[in-house]
Design a protein around this ligand. Structure first.
Ligand code: FE2
Ligand code: FE2
Length: 258
């Protein structure tokens, strides 16, 4: 099974990149399933019903998210869609879910969305939370992918080793800058600390540079705007043996929208 996992899609430039590049990558790289983090897909922050429908229409099979998931109130209308996830380790009994089982063609896989706690809002422990649900998901499928939405690389690497041999892949999102540490861990789990962003790279993590620099200079609140130049799609292609659930390979992807 070959999976394309796309990092945080940012605003309309990111959606345009998905529209153009996902169909092309599906053909070129023989992709079976497309997963994407969509926490910034609506105007640079949050997710709306219209934007989610758009991303599914462009070929995304499941949308993960993170700390920005509640930024648009309309997200509550779609948070119970079968293939939209919010972090699993948020407070109990809040809307939505942090994992799902996706069936497509002859493939069946589980996707788990976690959020880190280092330099991020205080939430439940992602390590203990994920450990509790894996045995239940293993009864459904041996293929499990984890989006570890976190700020600190140390927390992401620790999650990779914590889940090595238990899941097929652990990939990071949230910082929007792709890392170059893709590898297969000893137990057969594919790992990459950060998938990167799908959006405008002439920016500070997708936002207009001058507004962000002004905030750093003055400490005053500024209104961020999604940037527009140098649109790229970053992510990874992960090949998994669907019988054993072990990863065969992980390859980073960086495609320009020309
Ligand atoms: Fe993000
Ligand atoms: Fe985030």
């Amino acid at each position: 099974m070959r999976i394309l996992f796309i990092g945080d899609i940012v605003g309309s430039p990111g959606r345009e990149a998905v529209k153009v590049l996902v169909p092309r990558l599906k053909k070129e790289k023989a992709i079976d399933i497309v997963l994407a983090n969509a926490e910034n897909a609506a105007g640079g922050t949050g997710l709306t019903p219209k934007v989610a429908d758009e991303l599914f229409a462009y070929g995304c099979d499941c949308l993960t998210s993170g700390d920005h998931i509640w930024r648009r109130q309309e997200v509550l209308k779609i948070i119970d869609y079968p293939y939209i996830l919010r972090p699993l380790n948020l407070a109990p009994n809040i809307p939505g879910k942090g994992y799902c089982v996706l069936k497509k063609n002859n493939f069946k896989l589980a996707i788990i969305n976690l959020q880190g706690r280092v330099f991020m809002p205080a939430i439940d422990c992602p390590f203990r939370t994920v450990r509790e649900i894996i045995p239940m998901l293993k009864k459904e499928t041996s293929v499990i992918l984890v989006d570890m939405h976190a700020e600190a690389t140390s927390e992401k690497v620790a999650m990779g080793y914590f889940l090595d041999g238990l899941v097929s892949a652990v990939v990071g999102t949230h910082t929007h800058i792709q890392t170059a540490d893709e590898k297969l861990l000893p137990g057969g789990t594919a790992y990459l600390s950060e998938l990167g962003m799908c959006g405008p790279y002439d920016s500070v993590i997708g936002q207009e540079k001058s507004k962000i620099i002004e905030r750093f200079l003055t400490g005053m609140p500024t209104r961020f705007e999604v940037a527009s130049g140098d649109i790229q799609l970053h992510g990874a292609v992960i090949e998994i043996d669907e019988t054993t659930g072990k990863a065969r390979s992980i390859e980073r992807v960086q495609e320009k929208l020309l």
